[in-house]
Design a protein around this ligand. Sequence first.
Ligand code: HEM
Length: 149
Amino acid sequence: MFPYVLGLHNVVRWLVLLAGVWAVALAWRGWLGRRTWTKAEATASRAFVGMLDFQFLIGLSLYVFFSPLTRQGFGDMGAAMRDAPIRYFLVEHPVIMIGAIAAAHVGATQVKRAASDPERFQRASIWFGLALAAVAGFVPWARPLMPSF
Ligand code: HEM
C-alpha cells in the first residue's frame, strides 16, 4: 500500500503546483491590470485550495499510517531529531506544508470577505502567493519527480 500512497502524493504535488501557479497568475494579472473578478479567478482559487486539502489528506495518511520514515522517527524521537532526512519528513515538511495550506484557506476567506475586486485580487495575490512559495520551497525535490511502480 505504501508505494501507491507515496506515488499518489508524488503526482498530486504537480496538480497542487499547477493549480497554484494558475491561481497566483490570475490574481497578479487582476491586481496589476485592475480587472474584474470573474468565474475564472474563483475556479482557480477553489482548485488550488481543493488540491492542497487533498494533498494534506494523503500526506497525513503517509505520516500517520504508511511511511516507514515517520514510523522509525516515532520509535525514537531523540535519534530522529539528530537525523536530518528523518527530521525533515517528521517535522519540517509537514509543518511548513500545513502552514501553506492554512495560508491558502485564510486567503480564500479573505477573498470572500473583500468589499471590492481590487481588494479581492490583492488578498489573493498575497495569500496564495505565500502558500505557493512555501509549497514550492518545501517539496522534497531530491526525491523522484514521478513515481516508479
Ligand atoms: C501541498 C502539500 C504537500 C506537497 C506538495 C508534498 C509533496 C511531497 C513529495 C513530492 C514527497 C516525495 C514523494 C516521493 O518520494 O515520491 C513527499 C513525501 C512525504 N510527505 Fe508530503 N507534501 C505535502 C504535504 C504533506 C503533509 C501535510 C504531510 C503530513 C501531514 C506530508 C507527509 C509526507 C511524508 C511523511 C512523506 C515521506 C514519506 C516517505 O518517504 O516515507 N506531506 N511529499
